[in-house]
Design a protein around this ligand. Structure first.
Ligand code: ADP
Ligand code: MG
Length: 276
């Protein structure tokens, strides 16, 4: 369990702090179509800053890759966005003006932010179809789902999603029998059943075969046409295949952002990754 962290007092002092960071701060510029806005977000664990004045913008219907060495703060960043960890200070806004710091984890999920942890967590003893049925029921719960009948439209939606991830033929088989990659696709599909606006995935291709990894890049491109997607990943070939804007985190702050080539040629990034 994480230690409890205090809620920020009010937005005012944080702005002062963000401004005080001066020229070195990477304060984001607002464009008007951002789905996620972080400014000056700081999280300390016993005095150690896991996030240090983190500022970041993600546009609606965009695919964004987040990379950074171990301990850079990537998971902590997701914890803050999903309400699992409250920052010491900073702003975290969703869809322009929704202050995520005012909501808990369950409320944030309902607001439209879906998160996938690294390990697949599907209902192994249920069929692939039932997994999506359960996910669709969401807050109405398992009992509702198992004892109520889906209407035709809901069935079609599930089938369309299964087709999109190539699992239509497995729909009546147990989820437990799927390959690791297929389970990850099933879980991504389960998140989509709840119609999130923002999807966050922590290392989705870890442990996947090369062809599963390629397929996942295509899938995320497809999903990003209608959702904002943030992917934290270590696999650089996969990040290149995502062909999207890349944000590099180091010691709790953004040190570079741009396309893969720009980021790979960035002095600071080379320094951090090669330890020079
Ligand atoms: P990443 O996901 O980029 O590898 P994390 O966000 O997991 O990085 O961790 C960032 C830093 O914060 C690490 O140094 C980690 O040890 C530290 N950290 C994360 N969670 C906690 C915690 N609950 N208590 C103490 N330190 C933590
Ligand atoms: Mg992590």
């Amino acid at each position: 369990m994480r230690p409890p962290v205090t809620m920020p007092m009010s937005p005012q002092p944080q702005e002062t702090i963000a401004n005080a960071a001066g020229a070195t701060s990477m304060a984001p510029l607002l464009t008007g179509d951002e789905i996620l806005y972080l400014d000056g977000v700081t999280v300390s664990f016993d005095g150690f800053r896991a996030l240090n004045e983190l500022s970041l913008i993600v546009e609606a219907d965009a695919l964004r890759a987040m990379i950074g060495p171990n301990g850079a703060g990537k998971t902590t960043m997701m914890d803050v966005i999903t309400g699992k960890t409250k920052p010491d200070r900073g702003e975290v806004k969703f869809r322009g003006n929704v202050d995520l710091l005012r909501y808990d984890e369950a409320q944030i999920a309902l607001l439209g932010i879906g998160r996938k942890f690294q390990k697949p967590s599907v209902f192994e003893g249920h069929s692939v179809f039932e997994n999506l049925e359960l996910a669709m029921a969401g807050s109405r719960g398992v009992w509702y789902s198992l004892f109520s009948r889906l209407n035709g439209e809901q069935r079609d939606r599930i089938d369309a999603q299964l087709e999109a991830v190539g699992l239509l033929d497995q729909r009546h088989g147990n989820a437990g029998a799927l390959s690791h990659g297929q389970k990850q696709w099933l879980e991504i599909s389960m998140l989509l059943m709840q119609e999130p606006e923002l999807l966050m995935l922590d290392e989705p291709v870890a442990g996947m075969t090369d062809s599963e990894t390629e397929r996942t890049a295509e899938l995320l491109h497809e999903i990003a046409k209608t959702h904002a997607v943030i992917v934290v990943e270590h696999d650089m070939e996969f990040v290149r295949a995502l062909d999207c804007r890349v944000t590099v985190l180091h010691e709790g702050s953004v040190i570079a952002e741009g396309d893969m080539d720009a980021v790979q040629n960035n002095e600071r990034v080379i320094e951090v990754y090669l330890g020079r």
